[in-house]
Design a protein around this ligand. Structure first.
Ligand code: SF4
Length: 378
C-alpha cells in the first residue's frame, strides 16, 4: 500500500476511538482509505474485496498502546462498512513460535521470502536516503529508486526472474548522477518504530526537511528491528527454556540470525552498496548500565543502546529521536534514560521530538533550532 498521508489520518480519526497513538490513526485510516478506493473508485464489490484481500500487520500485547491496534482495525473496518475484512497479526512477544509466525500458517520458504523482500525494501529505501542529498538532477533519485522498486515488484508478481530484476535494479540505481563534492552532516533518526521509518506526512516529511536544510539522513531499518526481535527471542529462550528444547530453539534462532545477516549482505552487494546491520548482543551490553534490558516494549533498550554506540563511533553529528505524541515507550521510558546518556556523551547532539499529525510548525521549529548547532560547523 502507499505511504499513509494526512487523508489517511482523517479516515483514522473519523472511524477510530479517541486517544490513540497517531500511527494507529495513520495506518488504520490508510487501510480504510484503500478499501474505500477499491469499492468507490475501482467499482469492486464488497464480496471481492473481503475474499481477495487481507491485511497483515505487526501487533503485540503491549505494554504500550500497540496492544490496542488490532481492536482499532476491527472497529474501524466495522464502522466503515467492511466488517468481514481479514486483519492478520504477527506479534512481537519474543516467543519462538511468534518469530516463526506459526499463527499465519506460513511455511519456511514463505518466511524466507518475507525476510528477503523486507531486506530489499530496506536497502532501496536506504540508498534513496543516502543518494538524494547528493543528486545532480533534482528528483532523479526518487524517480529511479521508484523504477528499481517496480522492476523488483514485477518479478515478484510474475513469480520469476527475481535475481535478474535485482541486477536490473542495480543498473537503474547506478544511473543516478551524484555530486559528493559538498560535505554534509549526517543526522541519525531513531525513536518510535513507525515514526522513525515513515518517509511521509506521518512524521511531517522529516527526512526531506533535513535534506532541504543541507543534511544527510542516517536511518534505521525494518531488517534491523526484525534482527532485534530474533535476538530478543534467543535471549529469552536462554533464560526460560530447558534441556533439548533450549538447544533446539537456540539453534533455530541462531540460524535465522545468520540467514538475515548474510542475505542482507548479499543483497547489498548485488544492489551495489554496503550497509551494515547492528550487533544486537553488543547493543544490549552497551545499554545494560543505563537500561534494564528485561524491560520489553516499543524499541526495548535499542534507542539508548544506539545513542551510546553512535556517540562512541562518532559517525553522525546529531540524533533526532522522533515519536508520536506521548508515546509510552519512547517518550515515557527511553527519553527519561537519554538524559543520563546525554550527560555522559555530550559530544553528540540529541533532540527528542513528538508528532501528532497537527502542529507541524512547532515540530519544524524545534528540529531547525537543534540543526543550527550542527550546520554551523559546516
Ligand atoms: S510505541 Fe508508542 S506510539 Fe507506538 S503504539 Fe506504543 S505507545 Fe503508541
Amino acid at each position: 500500500m502507499e505511504e499513509p498521508d494526512n487523508q489517511s489520518l482523517q479516515f483514522g480519526r473519523e472511524f477510530g476511538n479517541r486517544g490513540q497513538c497517531n500511527p494507529t490513526y495513520f495506518t488504520v485510516g490508510n487501510l480504510i482509505k484503500y478499501l474505500v478506493h477499491l469499492r468507490d473508485e475501482q467499482g469492486m464489490s464488497y464480496e471481492d474485496i473481503v475474499t481477495n484481500y487481507a491485511f497483515v500487520t505487526a501487533g503485540g500485547c503491549g505494554p504500550c498502546r500497540m496492544g490496542m491496534y488490532a481492536t482499532e482495525y476491527r472497529k474501524a473496518l466495522r464502522d466503515s462498512g467492511f466488517p468481514d475484512f481479514r486483519v492478520l497479526l504477527f506479534t512481537r512477544s519474543g516467543d519462538v513460535e511468534d518469530i516463526l509466525m506459526e499463527g499465519l500458517g506460513l511455511n519456511f520458504l514463505t518466511l524466507i521470502k518475507f525476510f528477503v523482500l523486507v531486506e530489499v525494501g530496506d536497502i532501496l529505501n536506504t540508498i534513496n536516503l543516502r543518494y538524494r542529498p547528493y543528486e545532480k538532477i533534482p528528483g532523479q533519485a526518487d524517480e529511479l529508486i521508484y523504477k528499481a522498486r517496480l522492476q523488483v515488484q514485477d518479478a515478484i508478481i510474475a513469480k520469476k526472474g527475481f535475481s535478474r530484476a535485482l541486477y536490473q535494479a542495480r543498473k537503474t540505481i547506478k544511473s543516478i548522477e551524484l555530486d559528493r563534492g559538498m560535505k554534509k552532516p549526517m543526522i541519525h533518526i531513531m525513536g518510535e518504530f513507525w515514526a522513525k521509518t515513515t518517509d511521509g506526512e506521518g512524521n511531517y516529511n522529516l527526512f526531506r526537511f533535513l535534506e532541504k536544510e543541507g543534511a544527510v539522513v542516517s536511518n534505521e531499518t525494518l531488517t534491523d528491528w526484525l534482527l532485534h526481535q530474533v535476538w530478543r527471542a534467543k535471549w529469552l529462550s536462554k533464560r526460560k527454556d530447558k534441556g533439548v528444547n533450549r538447544v533446539k530453539n537456540q539453534l533455530i534462532l541462531a540460524t535465522v540470525m545468520i540467514f538475515i545477516r548474510s542475505s542482507f549482505k548479499i543483497l547489498c552487494f548485488i544492489l551495489g552498496e554496503n550497509f551494515k546491520l547492528s550487533n544486537h548482543a553488543k547493543l544490549a551490553k552497551l545499554a545494560e548500565p543505563y537500561f534494564d534490558i528485561h524491560v520489553d516494549g516499543g524499541e526495548d533498550h535499542m534507542e539508548v543502546a544506539h545513542h551510546i554506540d553512535l556517540a562512541k563511533k562518532g559517525e553522525v553529528e546529531m540524533i533526532i529521536s522522533v515519536k508520536p505524541f506521548t508515546c509510552l515507550s519512547s517518550s515515557g521510558v527511553s527519553d527519561g534514560v537519554q538524559v543520563k546518556v546525554c550527560e555522559d556523551f555530550p559530544s553528540l547532539e540529541f533532540l527528542a521530538v513528538e508528532t501528532n499529525g497537527d502542529s507541524a510548525t512547532n515540530f519544524y521549529s524545534r528540529v531547525h533550532m537543534g540543526l543550527q548547532k550542527v550546520l554551523a560547523r559546516y
